[in-house]
Design a protein around this ligand. Sequence first.
Ligand code: B12
Ligand code: SF4
Ligand code: SF4
Length: 309
Amino acid sequence: MIKQTALSLGFDACGIARAEALTEDALYLRQWLEEGKHGDMHYLERNFEKRTDPRILVPGCKSVVVVLMNYFPDQKQSPSAPQIAKYAYSATDYHVVLKNKLSELEQAICAAYGPESVNNQVQHSFVDSAPILERRWAERAGLGWIGKHTQLIHPGLGSYTFIGILLLNIETEYDTPTTPHCGTCTQCIDACPTNALLDGSMDARRCISYMTIERKSDIPPEFQPCLSGNALGCDICADVCPWNAKWVIPHTHKELAPTESMLSWDKENWEQLTEKEFNQTFSKSAIKRAGFTKLKYNIQMLDKTQGTS
Ligand code: B12
Ligand code: SF4
Ligand code: SF4
């Protein structure tokens, strides 16, 4: 019932895993943080116990429902424009789109299994911003494997999918994790312009996505010539993945349709963008997270280093 309802609400896939401690991931995460690979995303250091055990995040929870939503657009930006990663193409922020649908899913589950199916004392549905390892839970819920680029690859949808999580207090049937299918391929590692994926681990400090969205200070000079045309986020490791070439099909979610400006603006439009225009055009978009000043800085950086592809 849960999975069927999720699909009928517009999610592209749904799987369920038993809620338990992620012991090996906790060791990996501890090491990753100690090595400072999270840069200045200090929020990742907080709530370590909750992040590695959903039963601490949401007391009483027994099951982790994971949903995916395809966000691969049917049209792309002009290649000469400063590139915005595909996750941020839509007028409405994906967090809002998924949260609304998760709320509908929760209502249907409570109607079928009773209101005690969820812990209403605390937040129990999540998209991106909570201390929970979403990709690992997606993998455990049988929705694909974590590729060498660290993204979840769904057999059939590829990796351009958002992940949403709903923690339930009820037991149900659980899915079996898929085996990884990267094999000897290293295309994402080889294509990464900043070598962020070396040694089987992501060094977020080197990732263009981090540098153009999350990093508070200027982009270090050694990375400025490596931006490869990216003004916000980066899709290079996903774009080169052969599984995406095989599986990706454009989404049909109206809520995630690319904005007119995204498709029509050229380099000059982005360079001449004013703060007022930014606030009007992107007030509800995921682009807002980076903010006007950061976006303009990134665009100037591309121009300065002639990195626009
Ligand atoms: C911080 C963050 C980032 C950081 C760091 C990325 C990273 N790889 O960690 C930055 C800013 C760089 C980033 C970039 C992007 N992100 Co991001 N990000 C997150 C966030 C908020 C937390 C991820 C996290 O906990 N990282 C810490 C690392 C250590 O955890 P992890 O990579 O998940 O690895 C865990 C397991 O895989 C496992 N593991 C991994 N390797 C190994 C090895 C061993 C030996 C073991 C035992 C375990 C293990 O252990 C780890 C936990 O300890 C999640 C949302 C969430 N709450 O999960 C979104 C999320 C991962 N991001 C997402 C997206 C879409 C992106 C971008 C594509 C956006 C863009 N186009 O620019 C890029 C992709 C870059 C990339 N190659 O990963 C999606 C991914 C969807 C998908 N299908 O995979 C998420 C899930 C958000 C969402 N709800 O949709 N992101
Ligand atoms: S998103 Fe870009 S910079 Fe980050 S790991 Fe992938 S290719 Fe490298
Ligand atoms: S490019 Fe190759 S190694 Fe990287 S995630 Fe895709 S299949 Fe795996």
